[in-house]
Ligand binder design. Structure first.
Ligand SMILES: Cc1cc2nc3c(=O)[nH]c(=O)nc-3n(C[C@H](O)[C@H](O)[C@H](O)COP(=O)(O)O)c2cc1C
Length: 195
């Protein structure tokens, strides 16, 4: 479990020509739907996109790697070969929208872990242009909240320890290797004295 969790990094450069089948995408969504859900409301629905034509339409709406200010996102040939649009079905909301966002975190982590097991990498995209929704005939009860970009990874991603508390920015070295600083276990532990 430690190994697969550590390997399940965010990937942003892919071998674009390696297509991902709808069957594979369905298998991943099948993992997403089994995640824990506040009040067991399970308000999320997913749209699969895997054709080059539709992928090309989605791509311009996506925001990539805010900390890599001199990188505009993956170039043609390195773009995702599939997307999963995460749609909040407001008719299925039992609690608050923020509860639903927790559910989506759980669901997409299941999805990405399952993807990595199949050697597929992914990136959650929260920074998308909301006009993306207008590509589709979107009913009022569905709200586009997150996109998961998927593809065969074409980059190396390395975990490292944060050297200090502020040092959380991911970065790319001169070989194009992507480094992701994670806070140390020690710095994630809190011990509070009893009153
Ligand atoms: C809710 C959420 C939204 C994210 N949105 C974006 C995004 O819009 N663009 C992007 O390039 N990465 C996005 N990411 C990926 C994060 O930047 C990434 O998780 C972080 O750099 C840590 O890397 P890791 O996933 O390999 O641990 C998002 C991640 C999460 C969990």
């Amino acid at each position: 479990m430690q190994e697969i969790i550590a390997k399940t990094r965010t990937f942003r450069r892919f071998i674009q020509k390696e297509r991902i089948s709808l069957t594979t995408l369905e298998e991943l969504i099948d993992l997403a739907r089994l995640g824990g859900s506040a009040r067991n409301g399970q308000p999320w629905q997913y749209m699969m996109i895997n054709t080059p034509e539709l992928c090309a339409k989605v791509f311009p709406f996506l925001g990539w790697a805010g900390y890599l200010t001199d990188w505009k996102g993956p170039v043609e040939g390195e773009r995702p070969s599939a997307y999963i649009l995460c749609l909040l079905n407001k008719q299925r909301l039992k609690g608050s929208e923020s509860e639903a966002q927790f559910d989506l975190g759980v669901a997409t982590q299941n999805l990405l872990l399952g993807a990595m097991e199949k050697r597929i990498g992914g990136c959650r995209i929260g920074a998308f242009n909301p006009q993306l929704a207008s590509l589709f005939d979107m009913p009022d009860h569905l709200q586009l909240s997150l996109i998961v970009a998927l593809g065969k990874p074409r980059e190396t991603v390395i975990l490292e320890e944060c050297k200090n508390d502020e040092d959380i920015r991911y970065w790319r070295d001169e070989h194009g290797v992507h480094h992701v600083p994670k806070r140390t276990l020690e710095s994630c532990l809190v011990s509070l004295a009893l009153r």
